[in-house]
Design a binder for this molecule. Sequence first.
Ligand SMILES: Cc1ncc(C[n+]2csc(CCOP(=O)(O)OP(=O)(O)O)c2C)c(N)n1
Length: 189
Amino acid sequence: MKGTEAFEEIIPLLKDEPVIHANGYICRESFNIKDREENFYMIGSMGLASSIGLGVAINRPDQKTIIIDGDGNVLMSMGTLAMIAAAAPKNLLHVVIDNEAYESTGNQRSLSNSVSLEKVAQSAGYLQTKKVTNKNHIREAFQELMGKDGPSFLLIKVEPSFDKSTGRVHHTPEEITARFMKSLNPPKN
Ligand SMILES: Cc1ncc(C[n+]2csc(CCOP(=O)(O)OP(=O)(O)O)c2C)c(N)n1
């Protein structure tokens, strides 16, 4: 399955949940399929989407928070898996689009072909973990995890096949932050 196909399965399932995206193609794909005010796009700082997602989940326990991460990003911040497991927010779903590569910077191989990230998450203490390799199984796995207490981890194995012509996020970091925060704290009537 191509990475784009994984996004095409997940994005129509979103309602108004905050979604924190890792940098690189993860941001770009999601932005180009459907830009949302509830999307936080991490521009530049690799490895930090998961920390931001943890902070959002802790502060909005009434609502599911979703992180969409890359394997390179997870490997860079593996300690955050332990932090999420220890903090144990029930409302957190951590999705990883695993292409076994640092595709955004030229397809250098990552270690996730020999290190099973879903097993690392499970050992760290995530309550639910799932691995999907067929795009026809994404919807069911995602909905199942959305309906359960987390923290949950959904690993989706894809080919390194993002389209280089996929445009970049064209909001500035300030704009992304302002509208994301507004979507988290809508004005009271
Ligand atoms: C601290 C830091 N190191 C390196 C980079 C350069 N960089 C940007 S995206 C990326 C690859 C991310 O890999 P992954 O999470 O697997 O996502 P993919 O690009 O494969 O979709 C790298 C190395 C960066 N932005 N920040």
